[in-house]
Design a protein around this ligand. Structure first.
Ligand SMILES: [Zn+2]
Length: 323
């Protein structure tokens, strides 16, 4: 019985889909439809990770890890087998609905002038950035009807947290950013709570698969900070979505030897700087080189750029960062 259920789960999740949902990219095509890419399980510099879609198996010539999608989930999330099954089932349940939601909100962005105005106020202008982050807009009051039309039952929308118990869209007048297994929504109206996530984990570091190859990484606490830095050409930036890292994000940051520039908010109450200091100590204890970047008082990276700061000035801040 259990064996059968596990085999079914594996058949339902093509390894390639799961890998790509975790930012893995095929780099080089081999015979019989197999692919090589960078290994998501170790600090890989040459594509050593073999993926065979027909057998639904992987093997890494660098770290020697291999197996099926369940084995991959165990290694990637550093969990035991039963927990890996839970994660895969959750992913299977949530992934299609989150993808459909992100696509829908992406289309809404360009239909709502107020959303574009808000993005401009936060310094987000480049279409390339909007595409890279898949930024969308939740106007409210239309997601439920759309997803119902696509055949998603109301119970699934409620379970994902996209629709409230009373049947309304939970994201309303919010700029949305798709995350791994979640969705961040920033209110554009001052009267609503600014930040909103779906229930569940906020996931790993933002865009980590694209960033982990760099020897120097900039860590920020907000996605609008990430956005302006990426737009200014700093593609070695990642985001922890808050100044407290979960255990998974911390492990990601420590998965290789690198310099981490902690660029948290220079809040007037000092909370960002306190968080940076304690994180710098913990990173130091793991053998990472942490540097704290000092922004002008009251600024975060987003406001620094919005108020006229440029890439060169930010580069100076990086060079002045203290250990
Ligand atoms: Zn590997």
């Amino acid at each position: 019985m259990i064996r059968k259920a596990i085999d079914e789960l594996k058949q339902q999740i093509p390894l390639r889909d799961y890998l790509e949902a975790h930012d893995w990219r095929p780099v080089r095509r081999l015979s019989r439809g197999r692919w090589m890419g960078l290994c998501p399980l170790h600090n890989d510099h040459t594509p050593s990770f073999l993926m065979d879609p027909s057998k639904n198996l992987f093997y890494c010539y660098g770290c020697g890890c291999g197996g099926d999608v369940i084995r991959f989930a165990e290694l990637y999330h550093q969990v035991r087998f039963p927990q890996a099954l839970v994660l895969l089932r959750q992913w299977l349940g949530l992934a299609p609905i989150l993808r459909a939601t992100a696509d829908f909100y992406g289309i809404q962005l360009h239909r709502h002038g107020e959303a574009v105005v808000y993005l401009h106020q936060r310094g987000v202008r480049s279409p390339e950035l909007i595409e890279h982050m898949r930024i969308g807009y939740a106007p409210g009051g239309c997601l439920r009807a759309w997803l119902t039309q696509l055949g998603y039952p109301l119970s699934a929308l409620r379970q994902a947290g996209l629709v409230s118990a009373s049947g309304y869209d939970t994201y309303m007048h919010r700029i949305v950013f798709p995350l791994e297994g979640n969705l961040y929504g920033r209110s554009i109206s001052a009267s609503a709570p600014p930040h909103r996530f779906l229930p569940g984990t906020k996931g790993g570091l933002y865009a980590w698969e694209q960033v982990r190859q760099y020897q120097e990484v900039i860590l920020v606490e907000g996605l609008f900070d990430y956005a302006v830095l990426w737009q200014a050409g700093f593609h070695n930036v990642t985001c922890s979505m808050g100044n407290h890292l979960n255990a998974y994000q911390f492990r990601q940051l420590c998965d290789g030897t690198r310099t981490v520039y902690l660029t948290f908010d220079a809040d007037l109450n000092g909370s960002g700087q306190q968080a940076a200091q304690s994180l710098a100590c913990r990173l130091g204890a793991q053998g990472s080189n942490a540097r704290r970047v000092s922004l002008p008082d009251g600024h975060d990276p987003n406001s620094f750029f919005v108020q006229g700061g440029d890439a060169q000035q930010f580069q100076c801040l990086l060079e002045e960062a203290r250990a």
